[in-house]
Design a protein around this ligand. Structure first.
Ligand code: ASP
Length: 360
């Protein structure tokens, strides 16, 4: 009799765990990049274009969640909208490398299984986020790069495009400006000023100790247009995805933080899901996304406190500019950034929706 009641108890608790429904918590958060985004340098038309695109991304992703889809499917749907829009530095509209190419990075992570997938430096996959999902779901690997990733995506039936598909004039001009500024900066690195002698000291950026030239190479106009999405589905599962063209004028096969699990992308049902945007080198060195999760896991910090600690303190002290979006299993949302602006927004099951751009 005792044995029977214990069995019954276990069966009942399994059933209730199984039936646990997070429908009243489903939430989707997006970002479209951080940087020098101020009211002063934004026209009303441009602002409307960004708001419209972000609104569509939120709706597409949320529709998936509402219909009972998974957080990974919702993240993919929202990111597709932004990858297909020339406004964002992901998919069409990606920034150019020093060689005048578009090399794309993307990653996905699922909080329930801790499975992850990523692609890096791809030039022909229309929607890199889908390739990252294919790597996660249909391979035994976590990250694939370059030609191999492209071959894999083709074999999995993903849409392959000519590299020229990613071209936009605005991004191409941005590359020309970055190169021009870089030349000017290098010309003034001290040779003439030093009476023709080799330069002794290159100007350093604040606190970072890195060459200001390095910052210039990578951050023309300091606008990081990477896109990302984090979501909580009705099963209580978190997911995070990030997709990017990287940074204008990047070179030598440079890969940023977006496809690096733990740096630009991370999800764990026990803590949170995070997607980052900003100067990738700093985010990699600070392992930003995992650091936020670790503060929650090991120190018991709330989502808001953990995110602020990393983005507003640690990163700032190290000279890293950018921001993150994050969500926990209760549907709490955090969107801290230490740059002047960040395209960001969220939508919740109670109908609350916000799209924000500036700091104030
Ligand atoms: N984090 C991206 C990278 O470094 C850039 C961005 O956020 O726009 O590749």
């Amino acid at each position: 009799m005792k044995k029977l009641s214990v069995t019954l108890l276990i069966a009942l608790s399994c059933l209730s765990a199984f039936a646990q429904d997070f429908s009243d918590k489903i939430t989707l958060v997006i970002h479209g990049g951080a940087g020098t985004i101020t009211r002063a340098n934004m026209s009303p038309e441009r602002e409307k274009a960004y708001r419209d695109a972000m609104n569509t991304a939120l709706e597409k992703g949320y529709e998936v969640l509402k219909k009972g889809g998974t957080s990974v499917q919702a993240v993919e749907a929202a990111i597709h909208v932004m990858e297909d829009s020339p406004l964002f530095n992901a998919g069409k509209g990606a920034v150019f490398t020093n060689e005048g190419k578009n090399e794309l990075d993307a990653a996905i992570m699922e909080g329930k299984t801790l499975k992850a997938g990523a692609v890096a430096g791809v030039t022909t996959i229309r929607n890199p986020i889908s390739a990252a999902i294919a790597v996660m779901d249909q391979s035994v690997h976590v990250m694939m790069a370059g030609k191999g990733a492209e071959q894999f995506a083709k074999e999995k039936g993903l849409e392959i495009v000519d590299p020229s598909y990613f071209y936009t004039e605005a991004r191409y001009k941005a590359l020309q400006r970055a190169k021009e500024q870089e030349k000017t900066e290098l010309d003034h690195n001290g040779k003439e000023e030093n009476g023709g002698k080799e330069e002794k000291e290159v100007k350093k950026g604040p606190k970072t100790g890195y060459h200001s030239v390095e910052d210039l190479i990578f951050t023309e106009g300091k606008k990081f247009g990477t896109v990302g999405c984090v979501a909580l589905d009705k099963f209580g599962n978190l997911a995070a995805g990030t997709s990017t063209g990287g940074m204008t004028n990047k070179r030598y096969g440079r890969i940023g933080d977006a496809p690096i699990i733990g740096a630009g992308t991370y999800a764990n049902n026990a803590t949170c899901a995070v997607s980052a945007t900003g100067h990738g080198e700093y985010f990699i060195r600070s392992v930003v996304a995992h650091d936020i999760s670790a503060l929650m896991e090991y120190k018991g910090l709330s989502l808001a406190d953990a995110s602020n600690e990393v983005v507003m303190k640690k990163l700032v002290e190290r000279g890293g500019e950018g921001g993150i979006i994050a969500i926990d299993r209760n549907g709490n949302v955090a969107m801290p950034f230490n740059s002047e602006g960040m395209y960001r927004g969220y939508i919740k099951s109670d109908g609350k929706r916000e799209i924000l751009i500036y700091k104030d």
